[in-house]
Write a protein that binds this ligand. Structure first.
Ligand code: ADP
Length: 270
């Protein structure tokens, strides 16, 4: 915020100074409110599993349990621990994304490699409960940071699976446009999202249905990570959805970061 004020003070024309100044303060207040909300949200998200965990520790300490009951309690404790680990890991990812420079535009990654990686993750998560497909229209390469791109794509595919009932389908497709841009399209036949929620999906901790998100291991941070990653790559996230029918999330990359895959060098004639 300080920079805006300085530029106002050294501007040679006096007019409009007060207006810009008050805009600056409003902006600062907004940032401060967002920061406070964020800290409150993180604390709340951490407190819930901790409360549950301490309850279980008390149970284990004070109640005579059968071996079966004891195992059950330990399984529940493990679930809460995994949830906290997921939260901390997503928070770290966000902090890293915010604190590091944009990924260079000259490291080329095979789209095919990204696809195969998410395919593995998706199969593990779905456990055969969904119809999955992973297709590429033409071999291509993408310039950017591999770990970030994988994390964005994995988040979208994980959501598609988590918000699609058993027996539904999830399709991941790479498409190169005639203007040279390219996109990953993740389409599911799941529960869908009401229109009014769509603009807010990438806000940190925003969830349409908090209990479903938490039950399926969601942190509420996935789509804010996706949005950061795609913005850092100069692209955009497009969301279309119909409640009860399914959703489509597209990661669209500018032509600058997309090129056809280099053909394998021809084998030397013998
Ligand atoms: P979460 O960890 O809760 O999934 P995200 O940031 O990844 O957090 O997503 C935010 C919210 O958007 C989710 O809580 C869910 O309500 C909704 N959502 C995301 N992806 C989908 C999808 N493929 N189908 C239906 N709802 C979705």
């Amino acid at each position: 915020g300080g920079r805006t004020m300085l530029s106002v003070l050294i501007r040679p024309y006096g007019g409009g100074m007060k207006l810009v100044l008050s805009q600056d303060i409003t902006e600062r207040e907004r940032t401060e409110t967002m920061r406070r909300d964020f800290v409150a949200n993180v604390s709340h998200e951490m407190r819930t599993p901790l409360t549950v965990l301490s309850g279980f520790i008390e149970t284990l300490t004070n109640l005579p349990l059968t071996e079966v009951e004891r195992k059950r309690v330990l399984t529940l404790m493990e679930q809460q621990t995994t949830r906290m680990q997921g939260l901390v890991s997503d928070l770290l990812t966000l902090a890293q994304l915010e604190g590091s420079p944009r990924p260079r535009a000259d490291r080329w990654i095979d789209v095919d490699k990204l696809m195969r990686h998410v395919e593995g993750d998706a199969k593990t998560l779905s456990q055969g409960r969904h119809q999955l497909s992973f297709t590429i229209d033409a071999p291509a390469q993408l310039a950017g940071a591999e770990t970030e791109l994988l994390s964005a794509l994995t988040n979208l595919v994980t959501n598609a699976i988590r918000y699609t009932p058993d027996g539904g389908s999830v399709h991941v497709h790479w498409l190169t446009s005639s203007n040279g841009s390219g996109e990953f399209c993740v389409r599911d036949s799941g529960i869908g999202i009401e229109k009014e929620h769509i603009p807010r999906l990438t806000e940190r901790f925003y969830r349409v249905d908090g209990s479903r998100s938490r039950e399926t291991g969601g942190t509420g941070l996935g789509l804010s990570i996706v949005k950061h990653v795609i913005q850092r790559h100069g692209g955009e996230l497009d969301v279309e959805s119909e409640p009860g029918k399914g959703s489509q999330f597209r990661l669209i990359f500018p032509s600058l970061r997309v090129r056809p895959a280099q053909a394998e060098p021809a084998p030397a004639p013998s």
